[in-house]
Design a protein around this ligand. Structure first.
Ligand code: PDD
Length: 286
């Protein structure tokens, strides 16, 4: 479990850590976040995660609370103090604390930075990848700036809860034309019968996943064919393979969509090969 949480310059014991009730993140969802994979004590793709954090902050006009070097130290120290070998590290930056007002707080209000790290069981992840996961689909209920990684996660939380109620672990959202945007907390991929990798092109409708970007590096290195284009649930059900990508799942096979099998209902070979090689191309920061 997490033992220590960093909040604004101090490492607090887990159970006594807190932010102010008038924190903008708490009252307005006025905060952005990142989740990085921790593998063998090292941070995976830290550079890309911090770059995306900077972009999310810029889009919302929140100032980065510290230098990148200082942020890297906080991340490393939080992972170390929590003795996380394999797991995730979570960063959240809100616009800070002020009396409740829709308008932004006065210039100079200090953003709130929280960092926590928690272990994950690599054996469990391996078993999940061997079996694959199932997904359901739903119309995308979210706002029009899903490219910004904000903490406004209630639509995704509700949808993932509905997925769990039906025995699935992820939801694939569809836009009003029936095309898959992304998962509730992941990017969506299919592999066609002629081994073409398909994923939704980046736009304001999806988060540009760091895992997605690094996987594209791997796909290019291996010389596989990649097409960034839209696809429907009907096409996904006909695909040879399907999978999701995210920092916490890396590359995770999808074996069923809305109860229909994908391929032979087993994790796809190309999917598993990509999962196996992913960390060869990812940036590993110790
Ligand atoms: N989720 N799309 C959405 C909506 C996400 O929430 C995530 C990540 C991704 C994949 O991004 P990345 O590859 O950078 O993790 C795509 C994180 C893991 C989470 O909320 O826990």
């Amino acid at each position: 479990m997490a033992r220590v949480i960093y909040v604004d310059g101090v490492y607090h014991p887990y159970h006594t850590a807190g932010v102010h009730p008038e924190d903008r993140g708490y009252q307005f969802g006025d905060a952005v976040y990142e989740v990085c994979e921790v593998k063998s004590g090292a941070i995976v793709d830290q550079g890309r995660h911090i770059a995306r954090l900077q972009r999310s902050l810029d889009e919302l006009k929140i100032t980065m609370p510290m230098t990148v070097a200082a942020l890297q130290t906080v991340i490393r120290e939080t992972v170390r103090r929590n003795r996380v070998h394999d797991g995730t590290v979570y960063l959240q930056v809100s616009r800070g604390t002020n009396k409740r007002d829709f308008l932004f707080p006065p210039a100079g209000t200090r953003p709130t930075l929280v960092c926590l790290a928690r272990p994950a069981d690599p054996v469990r992840a391996k078993i999940a990848a061997e079996n694959g996961i199932t997904v359901i689909s739903e119309p995308d209920p979210r706002w029009s700036r899903c490219d910004i990684k904000t903490v406004m996660l209630l639509p995704a939380s509700l949808a993932k809860e509905r997925a769990r109620d039906t025995g699935s672990s992820e939801v694939w959202f569809t836009d009003r034309d029936g095309f898959v945007t992304e998962g509730g907390s992941s990017n969506a991929w299919i592999v066609t019968r002629d081994r073409e990798l398909i994923t939704t092109p980046v736009s304001n409708a999806i988060l540009r996943g760091v895992t997605r970007t690094t996987l594209i590096d791997l796909i290019n290195r291996e010389g596989y064919r990649l097409v960034e284009r839209q696809f429907t649930i009907a096409e996904a059900k006909q695909a040879q393979e399907a999978f999701i990508t995210s920092a916490s799942n890396v590359v995770m096979p999808v074996t069923e969509i809305d109860g229909a099998p994908v391929g032979n209902r087993h994790p796809g070979g190309l999917t598993l090969a990509l999962r196996e090689s992913f960390h060869e191309v990812a940036e590993i920061s110790t």
